[in-house]
Ligand binder design. Structure first.
Ligand code: 1CP
Length: 360
């Protein structure tokens, strides 16, 4: 990380794989790699709320670097949250420990939508400062910037907090489509603004999290969500950084999410990566690099169960033009950091086994 001659970022395994090439080893990082699974994270965060800590460059830099040091992963992800830019722009949202994002006054009408506005760089000097400092400290390890996709962020604002069925959000989509589209359009602008600040400060790639999109039918996704996520991807395209799109339980949506404009498609553990590549290709937008997809539950199953799963995933990942190894969703808070370190080391020890020299 702080070696005297850091590898140029462009030849980092993460960025090569994200661009559809085969680096010497399959790159690995973990969604939610910073966080409660790490004792050093709990120590750093003590006495500071989640969203306050996102406004402190000293904490953001330290917490972002912790998993890179601990696991030797091939990418860092900027420490923030999908609702952070709303808070930074003055919106009344909190992150309740053990629960997640909550809003006191869920959005029900046009006045509620009008209260949502994008951050501007002057709202978030700490974001710019944190990203710049991270990029310089990370050397040849890329920093991933991220934002929440319009649907997933809207689900918190409309439901008032985490939800299992998204009943109020779906009711708004179908019962008042105009209001829904106005809200989703504003949230697309929020994501565009927050991603732009991160990329302009030096982030090498972006990931748009639509974690809960899998709760929607393909028909609803296409009508109510895809145009807004596509707006985000289009707006970021000119930066030329890889754009990754991820959601949980999105097997039926992989083609549509890819077609929204992703360069790399994140896959959860339910669909094997080779099948995911088939679905992405069948949608007419692929083949594309994929990211995933070890079931986080396997982290608790013992190494004898984990190793063959990693081997299988690496094999299936060869169907894609590039493969970034990850979990199928975030690191569970009670995961053992030693196991994650072993997963990262094992993935990095395996060659990608496909000759690249002279290949088209
Ligand atoms: O006090 C704490 O430690 C709070 C736990 C926590 C953390 C560490 C929350 C609350 N957010 C975060 C950081 C975070 N959130 C990161 C950066 C760290 C990293 O990845 O290493 C990222 C990328 C997120 C993104 C995020 N927040 C998503 C998308 C990714 C995913 O896991 O699906 C979502 C859905 C959220 C909402 C959210 N924020 C926090 C929680 C507990 C939740 C989920 C709540 C729910 O179940 O609905």
């Amino acid at each position: 990380m702080s070696s005297t001659s850091p590898a140029p970022l462009d030849s980092s395994p993460y960025l090569l794989a994200a661009r559809g090439e085969r680096p010497p080893h399959t790159p690995v990082w973990f969604m939610r790699q910073a966080g409660r699974a790490l004792p050093e994270y709990r120590a750093a965060r003590e006495g500071t709320t989640m969203l306050e800590s996102c406004m402190r460059p000293d904490l953001v830099v330290e917490i972002t670097l912790q998993p890179v040091r601990r696991y030797g992963v091939d990418a860092a992800i900027y420490f923030s949250d999908i609702v952070a830019p709303l808070k930074f722009a003055g919106y009344d949202v909190e992150i309740k420990p053990g629960v997640g994002p909550v809003v006191a006054d869920p959005i029900r009408d046009a006045a509620g939508v009008a209260a949502v506005r994008p951050v501007t760089p002057s709202d978030v000097p700490y974001t710019t400062e944190s990203v710049q400092q991270l990029v310089s400290e990370l050397g040849g390890t890329p920093l991933i910037g991220f934002a929440g996709a319009p649907f997933t962020v809207a689900s918190y604002l409309v439901e008032g907090g985490p939800s299992k069925d998204f009943a109020k959000t779906k009711a708004m989509m179908h019962g008042n489509p105009e209001l829904w589209h106005a809200l989703a359009d504003r949230l697309a602008d929020v994501a565009i603004a927050y991603l732009s600040v991160q990329v302009e400060a030096g982030a090498s790639a972006i990931q748009l999290f639509d974690s809960w999109a899998g709760g929607l039918s393909p028909r609803d996704y296409e009508r109510f969500v895809q145009p807004h996520s596509a707006k985000v991807f289009d707006a970021i395209a000119s930066y030329g950084v890889p754009r990754v799109h991820f959601g949980v339980n999105t097997g039926e949506l992989l083609g549509l999410m890819s077609a929204a404009g992703a360069d790399v498609v994140g896959v959860d553990w339910r669909v094997p990566l080779d099948e995911a590549v088939r679905r992405i290709t069948a949608a007419g937008a692929g083949p594309k690099p994929v990211q995933g997809n070890l079931d986080p539950a396997l982290l608790f199953a013992g190494w004898d169960a984990i190793e063959p799963e990693i081997d299988r995933i690496l094999e299936e990942g060869k169907a894609a033009p590039g493969h970034i190894f990850n979990l199928g969703h975030g690191v569970p808070p009670d995961a053992d950091p030693e196991v994650l370190a072993r997963v990262a080391k094992y993935v990095r020890s395996k060659s990608t086994a496909r000759p690249v020299v002279g290949a088209e």
